[in-house]
Write a protein that binds this ligand. Structure first.
Ligand code: SF4
Length: 241
């Protein structure tokens, strides 16, 4: 698998695990608020064998591997890479934008991934502008349903500014986030999912759409209001800093 960047260990990205992180370069979305894609596009690649050798040297205390991106499911080498991790008894978490339900289904049926985190970009009617991809609805709906069948999983949404028009950019609203939460419950037929509402963090000279760089972090009051309303539809919703 192509690895664009890596972290040796991390206590945050994989709940309950000490996990190394592999960032897969390349993504089929162009979310305006993305800061990962520009970095991964220019980073020097890391050799997969070197990463695996490192993992074997630390396997006494690193017990998980997070594969994120970019979008890892685009890579033909993903499944073989995870099989190598499994052979060394690592737990595996995959972060995905949900654009590739076929790969998720394979990972599920082959029991290759323990934890999936799927980005829900916002309400369905805004997915084209939030993801930069006008044809992703069917795949994302299928992925929402598939993700709920993994041993552990979460959905998450970054409350980012939305480009609604050339002169109209504003944060996702409470009703829009309620719409996203209701869709998750409707597609899966359940409401007991982990759902994280995350704040947008601006980065100077580092977002795919530079117009978003002038925005502040998501206002705390907006996050609180969203949390309060979304709890009515997904009772396990939590705010994530
Ligand atoms: S899905 Fe969006 S935020 Fe995630 S890496 Fe791709 S462009 Fe960036």
């Amino acid at each position: 698998m192509k690895i664009g960047a890596a972290l040796g260990f991390n206590l945050i990205d994989y709940p309950g695990k000490i996990a190394a992180v592999a960032f897969a370069p390349g993504c089929n979305y162009t979310c305006p608020h993305c800061h990962a894609k520009p970095i991964l596009g220019t980073a020097a690649p890391i050799n997969e064998d070197d990463f695996l050798k490192y993992l074997i040297t630390v396997k006494d205390w690193v017990n998980g591997v997070v594969i994120c991106g970019g979008e890892p499911t685009l890579q033909p080498g993903l499944v073989p890479f995870i099989k190598k991790l499994r052979a060394e008894c690592f737990s595996v978490k995959l972060d995905t934008n949900g654009s590739n339900p076929q790969v998720l289904a394979q990972l599920l049926s082959d029991k290759l991934v323990d934890y999936v985190a799927m980005d829900i970009k916002g309400p369905k009617f805004l997915w084209p502008s939030l993801s930069g991809n006008a044809g992703a609805e069917t795949a994302m709906m299928e992925s929402i349903a598939t993700v709920a069948r993994f041993p552990d999983y979460e959905y998450r949404t970054t409350v980012a500014p939305v480009v609604r028009g050339d002169e109209d950019i504003s944060f996702l609203t409470v009703p829009e986030m309620v719409s996203a939460a209701r869709l998750i419950a409707k597609v899966t037929g359940r409401a007991d999912h982990k759902y994280y509402v995350q704040k947008f963090v601006p980065r100077k000279n580092g977002l795919l759409d530079p117009r978003l760089e002038v925005f502040p972090e998501t206002p705390p009051q907006l996050l609180q209001d969203i949390h309060e309303e979304v709890l009515n539809y997904l009772p396990n919703c939590q705010l994530r800093g």
